[in-house]
Design a protein around this ligand. Structure first.
Ligand code: ZN
Length: 87
């Protein structure tokens, strides 16, 4: 698993490798009003793309990989990936 988030300024699918993030052009306008979708993140473990919310970017709730072949759970904090401690 990579530990640094790589924020892309343009949507370049070939560069969406593990840990790459692209902030949506309509960030904050879709999804739940109190926790809207904010960015696309490629899972730092397997590279599966998934939407993440404002609270996930803020590190308030964990990101859980959407792939059924990957069980990555982690927090984002200051551009770093913090693996969720087992509970
Ligand atoms: Zn994954």
């Amino acid at each position: 698993m990579v530990v640094e988030i790589d924020v892309l300024n343009e949507w370049i699918p070939e560069q969406m490798g593990p840990g790459a993030m692209f902030v949506l052009e309509n960030a904050g306008q879709v999804g739940e009003a109190d926790d809207p979708y904010w960015a696309v993140l490629a899972c730092p473990d397997c590279g599966t793309l998934g939407l993440i919310t404002r609270r996930q970017i803020a590190g308030l709730i964990p990101v859980i990989c959407g792939s059924d072949k990957c069980s990555a759970q982690f927090f984002l904090r200051d551009g770093q990936v913090l693996v969720r401690p087992p509970s």
